[in-house]
Design a binder for this molecule. Sequence first.
Ligand code: SF4
Length: 60
Amino acid sequence: MNIVVDKKRCPQNHPCPAVKVCPVNAMTQKGFAAPEIDAKACIACKKCIRFCPMGAIREG
Ligand code: SF4
């Protein structure tokens, strides 16, 4: 399963708070851009999905 970021839902105007909840540091963010998820590092724990208030992170 891949976890993906929906750029249409992410407002891309703030530091992504979900980056900090990832237990394996699979999420990175450049500036205020939508965060990227390293599919090889991600263990699909779904913490970021539950954390994002915009619902911008989902199973892909
Ligand atoms: S699903 Fe879990 S491991 Fe994958 S990016 Fe989100 S918080 Fe990190």
